[in-house]
Design a protein around this ligand. Structure first.
Ligand code: GDP
Length: 519
């Protein structure tokens, strides 16, 4: 059930505004002008169904309906993308229940800063709307996080949110890659790290394994993500139980069992043992590009048919362990075949925090991979916005937004690193796609093209902020009880800026992808 609550100004603020001859609705709503014919449909006002256009302005201030007006579901749906300039903020029942226990005054108060932002909401709306579709979904998961911290002071809330962010940043992920010697384990380890086999930091490939010890390779830019090249399992004396004990199986979050042919007895024995130890594992058939190349000269060559045949052939053996999911990959072409499906499956099956570390650490190999990263960043963007804005103090001189600058900078740095936009990452990409690094760098046009510097973030913060009412609505509905009223505006402003930065870096990355011919 949805409930609509009017946001009221504190009495003192209201008096000042009234003395200036403006009702609050006039002030915050540029479309209260009766001549709305010039407004585009997108920017039209939501008017409660039972009030006529002319009645609205006057009655809103006096009618008891204004406390909890009814709006038809159809109108609400239509209005979803509209700016809700009349200060109605959608509160979900679950979000308002808890605060109500303590909050005797059910109205949410807004201050002058908040009103100021509301009055600007129509500018830049188009840019925002495109990005707002999944805003509610992204912020939904936050509701419970924020409930957890609702019983503390703003300073405690900020600290709790900061430690939540630190926790997310430091989540470890240990990926084990195993299989027969020569199956392509080391190459797959390198591919997951975004490295070319020739890179100085790459796992050696094409060599005969002499050790029974797992080799750990940290992600080049995220040291908390570790990819392990496990010893080969080809020996006739192979015993899965002993192998798992020797490689300390509990270290790993999941296993990738790779083969470049059919899966053999040892693969199956290993899978069965991993299954018993209640760990996740996935079958990966490597070197698919070789298979495709070998067949492609045939007159009746059909790539899809070939891939289906390979998949079916692999499945025959795996049915013994009740597994039917096999991922066909080429370590040299992650944008092709089933690599994306493998990631989607991991995304479904890993715990949420591990999922985030995985997606963040993956190399950018396609638009789809980029958009997946963006989706996750949009989620933590909200946490960052709340952490940076909730205990907001007055803005520093020269900055338009009251917020924790460090949190914002850190968020941008995370995106920049994960998107592979640093000079170091572009060098790696350049080696992978065989394109001069200067060419890749030259297509980046955003303010972040030379990195996430103090000046760049300061510049972003010094411009007036225009947050949409929908953002403000979401923020207000999520604002934990006891947060300062100004926090709503600060959080919304920070969210707007983080989103802006995220979009700019996404655009740069799209261009880099296109230049690398990976899109
Ligand atoms: P490992 O012994 O299981 O670690 O296998 P390697 O990663 O050392 O790979 C053995 C050989 O297969 C090397 O020459 C690799 O270049 C090659 N190789 C590995 N993966 C692929 C792949 O996906 N496609 C192609 N074409 N060759 C691959």
């Amino acid at each position: 059930m949805l409930q609509w609550t009017i946001l009221k100004l504190p009495e003192a603020e209201q008096k000042i505004l009234d003395s200036q001859g403006d009702s609050m609705s006039d002030l915050v709503n540029p479309y209260y002008d009766d001549d709305r014919s010039s407004q585009s449909p997108e920017s039209s006002l939501i008017i409660p169904e039972t009030l006529s256009k002319n009645e609205t302005k006057d009655k809103r201030a006096h009618s008891p309906r204004t406390i909890c007006p009814t709006i038809s579901p159809i109108k609400m749906e239509k209005a979803e993308k509209n700016v809700q300039i009349d200060c109605f903020v959608e509160l979900k029942e679950k979000d308002i229940k808890k605060p109500e226990k303590k909050d005797k005054n059910k109205n949410v108060y807004v201050n002058r800063e908040f009103v100021g932002i509301l009055s600007d909401v129509t500018a830049n709306k188009e840019e925002e709307e495109e990005e707002e579709d999944d805003e509610e979904e992204d912020s939904d998961s936050l509701a419970s996080e924020l409930q957890e911290i609702s019983d503390s002071t703003p300073a405690q809330k900020t600290n709790k949110l900061k430690s939540k962010l630190k926790e997310l940043e430091n989540i470890t992920l240990n990926i084990a890659v195993t299989g027969m010697t020569g199956a392509g384990k080391s190459s797959f380890v390198n591919a997951l790290r975004g490295l070319h086999n020739d890179d100085g930091r790459a796992a050696p490939t094409g060599t005969i394994e002499t050790t029974m010890k797992p080799n750990m390779y940290p992600h080049p830019f995220m040291p908390n993500v570790k990819i392990w090249d496990l010893p080969g399992i080809g020996s006739p004396k192979f015993r899965a139980k002993k192998y798992l004990k020797d490689v300390k199986f509990n270290t790993y979050d999941f296993f990738l069992i790779v083969t470049s042919e059919r899966f053999k007895e040892n693969d199956i024995e290993l899978a069965t043992a991993i299954q018993k130890s209640k760990k996740l594992f996935y079958f990966v058939r490597t070197k698919i590009d070789n298979d495709v190349r070998a067949e492609s000269h045939k007159r009746d060559f059909d790539e899809r048919k070939l891939l289906d045949n390979i998949r079916e052939d692999c499945k025959k053996n795996l049915m013994k362990v009740g597994i039917s999911k096999i991922f066909l990959v080429s370590s040299f072409q992650l944008d092709k075949y089933d690599f994306q499906k493998l990631i989607d499956t991991l995304e479904d099956e890993l715990p949420e925090n591990k999922r985030f570390a995985l997606i963040q650490s993956l190399p950018i190999y396609s638009q789809e991979a980029l958009m997946k990263k963006k989706k996750y960043f949009k989620k933590i963007m909200w946490l960052n916005a709340f952490a940076a804005g909730i205990g907001a103090l007055p803005p520093l001189p020269g900055l338009s937004v009251a917020c924790d600058y460090g949190i914002m900078k850190n968020f941008f740095k995370q995106v920049f690193t994960s998107y592979g936009l640093s000079d170091e990452a572009l060098e790696v990409l350049s080696a992978r796609v065989n394109k001069p690094v200067e060419d890749l760098k030259s297509v980046m046009k955003s303010r972040f093209k030379d990195g996430v510097t103090h000046d760049v973030v300061k510049d972003l913060l010094s411009k007036p902020v225009i947050a949409t009412a929908k953002t403000l609505g979401t923020v207000m509905s999520l604002l934990p009880f006891g947060a300062l009223p100004a926090s709503g505006a600060a959080v919304a402003s920070v969210q707007y800026l983080l989103n802006k930065g995220l979009n700019e870096m996404t655009e740069d990355t799209k261009k880099v992808l296109a230049e690398s011919q990976l899109s």
